[in-house]
Design a protein around this ligand. Structure first.
Ligand SMILES: Cc1ncc(COP(=O)(O)O)c(C=O)c1O
Length: 464
């Protein structure tokens, strides 16, 4: 093991003046030092305080760079043995060609990062029998280039029945367009909005930055709405944006359900301005305290585009999503999507169709609902006496409110417990006017069953 940190800054030629943010520059410099072997695996790094003093930067800058590299697997952080270069971060031999594949990264041992279902609970056997049935029954044309750009009719018919029954969506197969997950659907809709000369989309002040980035890359400005205990503040909508992107059933990430008056207000806004509502129903099947509230699209199928995905109910790796679009918009969506469906596999679509029509989808969702509900109950039992667990009892994540000013240090102390977890501020739109709030967004769906108890213990140990 190398313990050479006394000359750390000088030896590593950390260059923080390359025109990037200090934190980003330091993170990249350390990552490159670990990748190239200048920092050998096992090397103990200086404390954030002494490296900060060495480099003349704020201690938080160093602490955040360390936390990021721990999350990526380049460094490890353990109480008592400090922050070290991970054993897996093996250097390249001098002169050896750069590896083509990205380095294997060991992430933290535990993760409560939201966004993933329990991948260990994927219904392999039921999926396999649906796949066998789909393959046996598939007509020959399923193996060719798909001529129907909306996607396979078998899946669109199965979804139309399911969405009407389970989510109160007005859905007929002719208005369903299949896509490779929500992100692909949003990409297609961004193209439609641009073709309509829309310049701005209202979004929730807390949300996923990669959804906002996708809109920005498509040439659309995003305008944040406030978010509170009743969901997005739809009263802030003006005539400016041509569309609004919402998570009405379960605001991501704050966990509020959009209040009935606000649901009505957003539909009124769409009618009076000609705007479009994009409804992201990513986890609408999972409600634990009462019957799930039906989709907003049911209030006005002419003004609301409904977007669903298999990413939470089954697995994100499937890359299957669906949109129910107003009748007059189907051709516009297909103009962007292209003349054939080349984005998702016909066999996966047929398998999902067989999975739904056989009743296996309902059974799986019911089983997962119980599992996630238990997880949420465990979470409340483990930490509810120390922090407030907010958001409705739904979905795969909850928000833990923290004492003011402690979010960053709790995320850091979670890293010390080998636990990856995100603070609420990571989801904040940079221009959002939101009251300061320190919180953790805890994805209790993410761990496998076997990892659940130690993950919860690591979280409890990280809390103030
Ligand atoms: C708010 C939200 N919308 C949608 C999705 C689903 O995205 P996709 O279908 O592209 O996997 C996620 C998944 O993390 C999400 O958190």
């Amino acid at each position: 093991m190398t313990d050479s940190w006394a000359t750390f800054g000088a030896d590593l030629h950390l260059d923080l003046t390359a025109g990037r943010g200090l934190r980003a520059g330091l993170t990249e410099a350390l990552r490159e030092a670990a990748r190239s072997g200048r920092l050998a695996p096992g090397t103990r790094l200086p404390s954030s305080r002494s490296l900060a003093a060495d480099l003349g930067v704020a201690r938080n800058t160093v602490a955040e760079a360390y936390a990021e590299l721990v999350a990526e697997g380049w460094l490890t952080a353990r109480q008592g043995s400090g922050t070290r270069v991970a054993e897996r971060a093996r250097p390249r031999r001098p002169g050896a060609p750069a590896p083509v594949r990205r380095p294997v990264r060991r992430g933290p041992a535990y993760s409560l990062v939201p966004g993933s279902p329990d991948l260990g609970a994927f219904p392999r056997a039921a999926w396999l029998s649906a796949a066998r049935r789909a393959l046996t029954d598939a007509p020959n044309d399923a193996f060719g280039y798909a001529e129907e750009a909306r996607g396979r009719i078998e899946l669109r018919e199965a979804l139309a029945g399911y969405l009407t029954r389970a989510r109160g969506v007005y859905a007929d197969p002719g208005r369903i367009v299949l896509c490779a997950g929500f992100l692909h659907g949003l990409t297609l809709l961004a193209g439609v909005l641009r073709a309509r000369k829309v310049r701005e989309v209202a979004v929730e002040g807390y949300g996923l930055h990669f959804h906002r980035d996708l809109l920005t890359r498509a040439g659309l400005r995003t305008r944040p709405l406030g978010v509170d205990g009743e969901g997005a503040r739809t009263g802030e909508l003006t005539a400016g944006p041509g569309a609004v992107l919402l998570t009405p059933a379960h605001q991501f990430p704050t966990g509020a359900a959009l209040a009935p008056a606000r649901r009505a207000a957003v539909v009124d806004w769409a009618r009076s301005t000609g705007g479009l509502v994009l409804e992201d129903d990513y986890d609408g099947e999972f409600r634990y305290d009462q019957q799930a509230v039906g989709a907003l699209q049911g209030l006005d199928p002419e003004r609301v585009v409904y977007l669903g995905t298999a990413s939470k109910s089954l697995a994100p790796g499937l890359r299957i999503g669906w949109m129910v679009v107003p009748p007059g918009m189907v051709d516009e969506v297909l103009a962007v999507k292209g003349a054939t469906d080349w984005t998702s596999s016909a066999l996966e679509q047929l398998t999902l169709a067989a999975f739904i029509t056989s009743g296996a989808y309902d059974r799986h969702v019911r089983g997962m609902r119980l599992r996630y509900r238990r997880r949420r109950d465990d979470l409340v039992a483990a930490v509810g006496d120390r922090v407030a667990v907010s958001g409705i009892a739904a979905g795969l994540h909850a928000v833990l409110d923290l004492p003011g000013g402690t979010e960053r240090s709790v995320v850091q102390s979670a890293a010390w417990q080998d636990l990856a977890v995100h603070g609420l501020s990571a989801f904040r739109h940079p221009q959002a006017e939101l009251a300061p709030r320190d919180a953790l967004v805890v994805g209790y769906g993410t761990p496998s069953d076997s990892a659940w108890s130690p993950t919860l213990a690591a979280l409890a140990a990280a809390l103030p």
